[in-house]
Design a protein around this ligand. Structure first.
Ligand code: NI
Length: 129
């Protein structure tokens, strides 16, 4: 059990829309992602998703409105709700959601479909031996 420094984790990767897992618990995962530009419209039939802005800001577009999220703010997108994150400038986001979720949801696979991978040097919790 060691502290996980978000800034240090964010320095380890640069790809956009390519989430990295930094912690897991109870079948949920904590991830970091870098947003830039517009993602694909999508929904997740069975998963709610939490987005917390670590640096920068982005807009979460819904079909009927848009919500601007600034540093230190979070939003939970309920399952089944179509959404599209858009970041005019690079934005760093912490996600909390069930393990195995597909970032592009039920959408057809696209160039933005990226399975989350563990950030190098981090691993799932293990029971004491
Ligand atoms: Ni989503």
């Amino acid at each position: 059990m060691q502290p996980i420094n978000l800034s240090a984790c964010l320095r380890q990767f640069s790809e956009h829309w390519s989430p990295r897992i930094i912690a897991s618990l109870n079948d949920q995962e904590v991830k970091l992602a870098k947003f830039q530009g517009a993602f694909d419209w999508h929904a997740h039939d069975d998963e709610d998703e939490l987005f917390l802005v670590v640096h920068g800001e982005f807009t979460m577009e819904f079909r009927d409105r848009s919500v601007v999220l600034r540093e230190g703010e979070l939003i939970v997108v309920p399952r089944g709700v179509e959404h599209r994150p858009v970041a005019e400038q690079e934005c760093h986001v912490l996600l909390f959601e069930p393990a195995g979720i597909v970032n592009t949801g039920n959408a057809i696979e696209s160039d933005k479909t990226n399975p989350a991978t563990w950030l190098e040097g981090l691993a799932p919790p293990s029971a004491p031996s």
